[in-house]
Design a protein around this ligand. Structure first.
Ligand code: ZN
Length: 235
């Protein structure tokens, strides 16, 4: 008797009857051929990405050289990222896999990066959430490009209040000196791609890029899964 290989479809149907799974956005019960999202929510996600594909972030940065976001921070992306972050449904990240893979391939062919650096969480928030979703996104990009993920270069210095609760000015001040860098020799003359989940004002990635530049980084770009910025331009 063989146990390896994909599940027998009858057995999988039986499992779905016993343990029904629901759409990560609208919570409707999933059909047998749906995974993670129902067809309707998946279609909305694809439409959102088609309209936003490879958009450079239309924002003036002092330290970030170039910025990219795959999706606008709108429904259903907003619901998916919220569930991912607060309900610990880390499997939901899979719904972005194809979009991230195709984008990462194009970018890696255009620009050389020495490493991917996920925006770090402070220890307390990491323990509370159990994982850093920027790190999971960096993992997806690494798998598709072969670029390594560097988690030790940039550290969060102290717990800062959640950025979403602060005004734009307070966000900047809140983050000043919030990051520290390790190992100058790993930074000097190198090019990095910072990875963040949601780009809002850009002050987090600016502060991280500033620290890396102070330690001699040659180039610091940023990739966010979603951006709240409007009016991006197609690359
Ligand atoms: Zn749905």
């Amino acid at each position: 008797m063989k146990f390896a290989g994909p599940l027998n479809p009858y057995f999988e149907s039986f499992l779905r009857l016993v343990y029904p799974s629901t759409c990560g956005v609208c919570e409707r019960l999933l059909e047998i051929d749906e995974a993670g999202l129902c067809h309707a929510c998946r279609d909305r996600l694809s439409a959102l990405q088609r309209a936003y594909d490879k958009v450079s972030i239309d924002q003036k940065f002092d330290y970030v050289d170039d910025g990219w976001a795959l999706f606008p921070y709108e429904s259903p992306v907003r619901e998916i990222l919220t569930s991912l972050k607060f309900s610990r449904k880390r499997w939901l990240l899979k719904v972005f896999r194809d979009a991230v893979a195709s984008w990462a391939g194009i970018l890696a062919a255009e620009t050389h990066y020495d490493a991917l650096i996920p925006i770090p969480l402070d220890r307390e928030r990491l323990i509370e959430r159990q994982f850093n979703q920027s790190e999971l996104i960096a993992g997806l990009i690494a798998k598709n490009t072969g670029i390594s993920v560097e988690k030790s270069i940039l550290r969060k210095r102290w717990k800062t209040p959640a950025q979403s609760q602060l005004s734009r000015e307070a966000r900047s001040t809140n983050l000043r000196y919030a990051f520290k860098a390790h190992a100058d020799e790993k930074i000097r003359g190198k090019s990095f791609l910072l990875i963040d989940d949601i780009l809002t004002t850009g002050s987090t990635v600016e502060e991280a890029a500033a620290v890396l530049k102070r330690h001699g980084a040659k180039r610091v770009d940023v990739f966010a899964l979603a951006s709240t910025q409007k009016g991006g331009k197609k690359k």
